[in-house]
Design a protein around this ligand. Structure first.
Ligand code: 1BN
Ligand code: ZN
Length: 351
């Protein structure tokens, strides 16, 4: 039944990053729907099982103190974001330690000129040797006490070096959407929490995804922010990953914080994009994991059904022709609407 998620490990036997989907309730629901009908393919039932998040048993969470849906909806320049994806992909393969990685770092920093930018730089000691790692952080101050982090990784997989892999969706789409979000945040008075954008580095395994071979950049950043007291100020950590797929289906992540997932679904619904969200639930290990571990509310906004059965994920077929500006727009505005709701949710659920 759960063929798509189970096969979603991509290259290098990485399925361990993707836990078994919590599908039992859907199996039961499907069985009852199939009884006496012509339904014969379990997978077809996933979309129809997509109930509004708040009504789903998987979404048990504190009741949300939602603000009224007023004011103009957020907007981004999707064509500009699309142009960024094209430019990022032009750098080609950009794994940690490569010259292309350095060029992409310079490209990101050039687009943040004049903004408050910090780097979290260190040397990662990995199973494939030592590599320089650079998380890039751009800060946009708000009037409220607290921080909302929006993150996404920018590097491509080292094990795929030499295959022509450019990670248009996996790394490219997130680099681009964060640059466009920076454009939207820059120079505007934020009547809400401070927003910090983080281009995370060394998310990918250098050999094969395991607990120790993955998430090098965010493990370091989470430890640093726990030590210096920043972590306690973070109200929400919104991770974006693989959000450019032209056939955009953001999964509900069972590892993410349920109430924050519900806020994202509310934001998507307010903008009329809920059909792109949460038709299935899977458990994902990703850059939010180190922050979850230290008690930060986190949500992974990820589409892990990239091509039928996720066939393009971590393959040289992850190219820009599979992506669309509209998907970047949907992801971008839903993130901004989520921030807008969080800004006015008083109080936020306890951590
Ligand atoms: C997402 C994008 N991930 C890596 N790049 C995490 C992951 C790895 C998710 C393997 C599923 C399988
Ligand atoms: Zn990846």
């Amino acid at each position: 039944m759960a063929g798509a998620p189970e096969a979603a490990g991509g290259a290098g036997g990485e399925a361990s990053a993707l836990m078994r989907p919590r599908m039992l309730p859907w199996i039961l629901l499907l069985a009852s729907m199939c009884a006496g009908s012509s339904c014969d393919h379990a997978k077809d039932a996933a979309p129809s099982a997509a109930a509004p998040a708040a009504a789903s048993p998987e979404a048990a969470a504190p009741a949300l103190n939602l603000p009224p849906d007023t004011g103009p909806p957020p907007a981004i320049d999707a064509n500009r974001a699309w142009q960024y994806v094209k430019e990022v992909v032009k750098f080609g393969e950009r794994p940690i330690g490569s010259a292309n990685h350095k060029k992409l770092e310079a490209y990101i920093l050039a687009h943040l000129k004049g903004d408050e930018v910090e780097s979290d730089s260190f040397t990662a000691d990995t199973v494939a040797g030592k590599f320089p790692v650079d998380n890039i952080i751009a800060k946009y101050p708000g009037t409220k006490d607290g921080i909302i982090v929006i993150a996404g990784h920018y590097e491509t997989n080292l094990p795929l070096l030499g295959t022509g892999y450019v990670g248009a969706n996996d790394g490219g789409s997130t680099t681009a959407i964060l640059l466009e979000l920076a454009n939207q945040l820059r120079g505007k008075k934020r009547d809400g929490y401070s927003v910090w954008l983080v281009w995370t580095d060394a998310e990918e395994a250098v050999r094969k995804w395991t607990d120790t071979d993955s998430l090098y950049g965010t493990k370091h950043l989470a430890a640093r922010w726990q030590q210096d007291g920043t972590a306690q100020k973070i109200k929400a950590f919104l991770l974006t990953d693989m959000i450019g797929d032209a056939n955009l289906n953001i999964d509900r992540d069972a590892n993410s914080t349920p109430w924050l997932e519900n806020v994202i679904y509310e934001a998507a619904t307010r903008l009329g994009y809920q059909s792109h969200f949460f038709a299935r639930e899977i458990g994902v290990e990703d850059d939010h994991k180190p922050f979850l571990k230290i008690g930060v509310p986190c949500a992974d906004i990820i589409d892990l059904n990239y091509g039928y059965d996720n066939v393009f994920h971590h393959t040289p077929q992850d190219t820009i022709d599979k992506l669309s500006p509209k998907s970047l727009e949907i992801a971008g505005v839903v993130v901004l609407e989520t921030v807008r709701i969080l800004d006015r949710m008083d109080p936020l659920p306890p951590k």
